[in-house]
Design a protein around this ligand. Structure first.
Ligand code: ADP
Ligand code: AMP
Length: 216
């Protein structure tokens, strides 16, 4: 299955992605994770991306498109993929369609997680991540077993630099302006699977599972 997961910052895309890849055996491709990895490794790409990310703005399309198109050509995607955080502009969506068409394939479904903005701020500001394995937690909604430590590897959890209230608000604005037009773009292609993301994590996944299984 070739999937995109769409939704505003803090909607729960990464959280649901973890369950989707396990259940449907697809590869998780998160452009945000790719950029954060590059920042950690002090690459040229990481340096270029960091200033945009810190401001809550989008990294320019040319940079992002190239990375994703390269990634789609890697040989591990035979059973499909889940794109998380990409596309974020209509230009990116058009580039994705073109790349897939050239490869003789296309998207099967676009999962659209819908959450009201007051919940988004609370979710993103309360998010904590493991710097080692990337697992996501929340200080109230999804606590680790030991406070401040990753369940999987015991690493001290951190807060993302862009998860301050001010930057989250900016990212939500950017989503509304630049990314939300993708909802109509994919609706017109008959690909959209709308999901009520305000429910508990397991209930959100149950909606997604049912929606995707109907397709199979
Ligand atoms: P995104 O990838 O869309 O930015 P995440 O999956 O990282 O969002 O989720 C943002 C924060 O909200 C995380 O701290 C996560 O634990 C929490 N979260 C995710 N889904 C839910 C949910 N359905 N209910 C409550 N909290 C959630
Ligand atoms: P995320 O991890 O998806 O929340 O992304 C974190 C940040 O990385 C965003 O706020 C952007 O600055 C940048 N980013 C991630 N994916 C993209 C993309 N597809 N296009 C532009 N910028 C992106």
């Amino acid at each position: 299955m070739r999937l995109v997961i769409l939704g505003p910052p803090g909607a729960g895309k990464g959280t649901q992605a973890a369950s989707i890849v396990d259940t449907f055996n697809v590869v998780h491709i998160s452009t945000g994770d790719i950029f954060r990895e590059n920042i950690k490794n002090a690459t040229e790409l990481g340096q270029k991306a960091k200033s945009y990310m810190d401001r809550g703005e989008l990294v320019p399309d040319e940079l992002v498109n190239e990375i994703v198109v390269d990634r789609l050509h890697k040989p591990d995607l035979d059973n499909g993929f889940l794109l998380d955080g990409f596309p974020r502009t209509v230009n990116q969506a058009v580039a994705l369609d073109a790349a897939l068409e050239q490869m003789g394939t296309k998207l099967d479904r676009v999962i659209n997680i819908v959450v009201a903005s007051d919940l988004l701020i609370d979710r993103a500001v309360g998010r904590r991540v493991c710097p080692k394995c990337g697992r996501t937690y929340h200080i109230v909604n999804q606590k680790p077993k030991v406070e401040g430590k990753c369940d999987a590897d015991g690493e001290t959890l951190i807060q993302r630099d862009d998860d301050t209230e001010e930057t989250v608000k900016k990212r939500i604005e950017v989503y509304e302006k630049q990314t939300s037009p993708l909802i109509d773009y994919y609706k017109a292609q008959g690909l959209l699977l709308d999901i009520d993301g305000s429910q508990a994590i397991d209930d959100v996944f149950e909606q997604i599972r049912r929606g995707l299984e109907e397709e199979a």
